[in-house]
Design a binder for this molecule. Sequence first.
Ligand SMILES: N=c1c2ncn([C@@H]3O[C@H](COP(=O)(O)OP(=O)(O)OP(=O)(O)O)[C@@H](O)[C@H]3O)c2ncn1[C@@H]1O[C@H](COP(=O)(O)O)[C@@H](O)[C@H]1O
Length: 97
Amino acid sequence: MRDWQVLEEVWQVIQDRAEHPSAESYVSSVLTHRKGVDKSLEKVGEEAVEFILAAKNQVPERTVSEAADLLFHLLVALRASDTDVADVLDELAARRK
Ligand SMILES: N=c1c2ncn([C@@H]3O[C@H](COP(=O)(O)OP(=O)(O)OP(=O)(O)O)[C@@H](O)[C@H]3O)c2ncn1[C@@H]1O[C@H](COP(=O)(O)O)[C@@H](O)[C@H]1O
């Protein structure tokens, strides 16, 4: 799949993991971490740095992989901070000229 729908699907899975936590789920483990929202924010920071380094060093495969990590962890952090991704999309839409 190569369209934006995959982001919607991942967001829906994150909602499901939040509402029905399971021991095997990575998303559940982050959302229920003892550090609370800080765990997901740490991951966003880590992945942002890794993405910057890959892009700066012009390593195309790692740039793609780190961008995927960053988008994923950003979605988890939005959920962890009770922010609806629909509001983020509305904000982007409102900025359209
Ligand atoms: N896209 C992802 C995704 N990307 C990365 N990861 C996991 O993120 C974790 C952290 O990766 P790192 O490389 O940073 O590993 P680490 O530093 O040892 O991890 P930390 O201890 O710092 O958290 C790894 O366990 C990866 O498997 C992901 N886990 C899940 N998803 C999506 O989320 C869905 C639900 O996953 P579960 O919640 O596991 O069912 C999956 O179907 C996927 O669509």
